[in-house]
Design a protein around this ligand. Structure first.
Ligand code: CO8
Length: 258
C-alpha cells in the first residue's frame, strides 16, 4: 500500500511504522493519523507480525497535532466531529505489543501517541512535553490522563501547566520511558526488543499485555483476580506446556502459536 506520511516495513516478525512528514516535524495531520490507523490495522491482522514499532526521525518523533490544521476549527465543529476521534486511539487499542522509539521532539499529540504505545525507548536527544497551554488549549488525546497515571500528579501538572519540555534522563527517572540509548543505537535497541517480544508465544504475549493494561482500569483486588484468571487461561495453551517442557529439557521452546 502506498502511503504519503508514513513508511511501513516488515522485518522478521516486527512491523515498523516510521512517521515521515519531515517538513512539519511529523506534525500529526489528519492524513497521517488516518494512514497510521490503516498500517496498525494491517499489522494487527497479519499473522506474520508479533510486535510493532512506531518511530519518527532523529529530529522529531512528532511535534504534536497539526496546529495549522486546527487554527480554523470552532467549538461546534470539533464537538460535532468529536475531534480526536477514535482514529487517534488506534495504537492504544491494538492488542499486539507496540514500542515507541522516540528521538527528538515528542510534543503534545506526539507525546500522547508515544504514551498510547506499550512502552517508550528514548534516544538521548528525546524531548517530551505537553505544550498545548502555550497555544491556548490543553492536551486532548491523553496528556492530562495517561501522563498523570504514568508520572504522577505533580510532574503531570508541571508539564501541562508550564508547557515545558523534559529531556530523556528526566523522562526515564519519572518512568515515562523504559530505557534511554544513544541516538545512533535507538532503532537497533527498539527492533531488538521488538524481535524478542515477537519471538515469544503470541497469545501469551497478548494476554500479558492485556493484564498489565487492566491495572490502569481497575482496583488492585479486581486486577489481581483478573491476572489470576488469565494466568490460569495460559494453561489451556499448548505453548504453556511447551515453554515449561523446553525449560526442563534445557532446549529452546518451539512455539506453536506465533
Ligand atoms: N503543527 C504544524 N506544524 C508544525 C508543528 C505542529 N505541531 N510543529 C512544527 N511545525 C512546523 C513548523 O511550522 C515549521 O514549518 P515551516 O518551515 O513551514 O514554518 C516546521 O515544522 C519546522 O518547525 P520549526 O521551524 O518551528 O522548528 P524549530 O526547530 O525552530 O522548533 C519546535 C521546533 C520547538 C518543536 C517547534 O516547531 C514547536 O514548538 N512546535 C509546536 C509544538 C506544539 O505546540 N505542539 C503541540 C501541538 S497541539 C497538540 O498536539 C494537541 C494535541 C491534541 C490531540 C490531538 C488532536 C488532533
Amino acid at each position: 500500500m502506498a502511503y504519503e506520511y508514513i513508511l511501513v516495513e516488515k522485518r522478521d516478525r516486527v512491523g515498523l511504522i516510521t512517521l515521515n512528514r519531515p517538513e512539519a516535524l511529523n506534525a500529526l495531520c489528519a492524513g497521517l493519523i488516518d494512514e497510521l490507523g490503516q498500517a496498525v490495522a494491517l499489522f494487527e491482522a497479519d499473522d506474520e507480525i508479533g510486535c510493532l514499532v512506531v518511530t519518527g526521525s532523529e529530529r522529531a518523533f512528532a511535534a504534536g497535532a497539526d496546529i495549522k490544521e486546527m487554527i480554523g476549527k470552532d467549538f461546534q465543529q470539533v464537538y460535532r466531529e468529536d475531534f480526536i476521534t477514535d482514529d487517534w486511539e488506534v495504537l492504544a487499542k491494538t492488542r499486539k505489543p507496540v514500542i515507541a522509539a522516540v528521538a527528538g521532539y515528542a510534543l503534545g499529540g506526539g507525546c500522547e501517541v508515544a504514551m498510547m504505545c506499550d512502552f517508550i525507548i528514548a534516544a538521548e536527544n528525546a524531548k517530551f512535553g505537553q505544550p498545548e497551554i502555550t497555544i491556548g488549549t490543553i492536551p486532548g488525546a491523553g496528556g492530562t490522563q495517561r501522563l498523570t497515571r504514568i508520572v504522577g500528579k505533580s510532574k503531570a501538572m508541571d508539564m501541562c501547566l508550564t508547557g515545558r519540555m523534559m529531556d530523556a534522563d528526566e523522562a526515564e527517572r519519572c518512568g515515562l520511558v523504559s530505557r534511554v540509548v544513544p541516538v545512533d543505537k535507538l532503532m537497533e535497541e527498539a527492533m531488538a526488543a521488538a524481535a524478542k517480544i515477537a519471538g515469544h508465544s503470541l497469545p501469551v504475549t497478548m494476554i500479558a499485555k492485556e493484564s498489565v493494561d487492566r491495572s490502569y482500569e481497575t482496583t488492585l483486588s479486581e486486577g489481581l483476580r483478573f491476572e489470576r484468571r488469565v494466568f490460569h487461561s495460559t494453561f489451556a495453551l499448548d505453548d504453556r506446556r511447551e515453554g515449561m517442557t523446553a525449560f526442563a529439557e534445557k532446549r529452546k521452546a518451539d512455539w506453536k502459536h506465533r
